[in-house]
Design a binder for this molecule. Structure first.
Ligand SMILES: Nc1ncnc2c1ncn2[C@@H]1O[C@H](COP(=O)(O)OP(=O)(O)OP(=O)(O)O)[C@@H](O)[C@H]1O
Ligand SMILES: [Mg+2]
Length: 213
């Protein structure tokens, strides 16, 4: 999308750091990988965390959402009513696009604003829906890293973590890009089908690689 100049594009003379887009399906282990990379010294920015800020009381997306969707979508405390919005956008693709049209440019702007002040040898942008929004994000990342595991494990982990039912977990997974679609666009695949220790070893190798690119 033309409204998304690349992260760190503001100063073409600066030595750009490598920017890695980290993605994966719900419950695949993105946050686990991001935390490990941050622990190794990478600069990490999380699109989901920014979306939460934008939709918290006083967040920049609250008034646009109120205007587009009506006051019923905003809680008494002034935050986005996430449950209500989730149900609405799940049932109606047009509403989902409308919400994305509000959130995505603002997420992009916030990411760009924070990139410059985030230290680290390279930058990791955790973008859950990177593949679904590849046209929007392509110019902002140099590489795509995909955290991958079988769907059955995603379901187990999501259920254990959030208390969603199996049917709810499946419905979310079905609304996302497929495993094959993600892997087709992946420069780096992180296999999270086994232990946390196994994950940590892969992440350490990847960190070395990213530091040397
Ligand atoms: N290799 C693993 N072994 C066991 N549990 C794991 C493993 N990797 C991640 N988990 C657990 O599975 C859950 C999902 O992992 P995580 O939160 O990192 O995924 P995510 O991709 O960030 O999910 P979301 O899309 O909801 O943000 C967490 O509770 C995490 O602790
Ligand atoms: Mg996460």
């Amino acid at each position: 999308m033309p409204d998304t100049p690349s992260v760190e594009a503001r100063d073409p003379r600066s030595h750009r750091r490598l920017v890695v887009g980290l993605t994966g399906g719900i419950g695949s282990g993105k946050s686990a990988v991001a935390d490990m990379l941050a622990g190794l010294g990478a600069g990490v920015l999380d699109a989901d965390a920014i979306a939460h800020e934008l939709t918290a009381p006083g967040g920049d997306a609250i008034e646009p959402i109120r205007n587009a969707f009506g006051p019923a979508m905003i809680t008494a405390a002034g935050a986005l009513d996430r449950t209500r919005m989730r149900e609405a956008v799940f049932a109606d693709e047009r509403l989902r696009h409308q919400l994305e049209a509000i959130l995505h440019p603002r997420i992009g702007t916030t990411l760009r604003a924070r990139a410059a002040s985030t230290p680290g040898p390279y930058l990791v942008l955790v973008i859950p829906l990177l593949i679904e929004g590849i046209d929007r994000w392509r110019a902002s990342v140099d590489r795509i890293a995909v955290v991958d595991c079988p769907q059955s494990m995603q379901i187990q982990r999501v259920m254990a973590r959030s208390g969603l039912s199996e049917a709810q977990a499946r419905a979310i997974i079905e609304a996302q890009a497929t495993r094959a679609q993600r892997l087709r666009l992946a420069d780096d695949r992180i296999d999270n089908a086994s232990s946390i220790e196994g994950l940590r070893a892969q992440v350490a190798t990847l960190h070395q690689q990213y530091c040397s690119l």
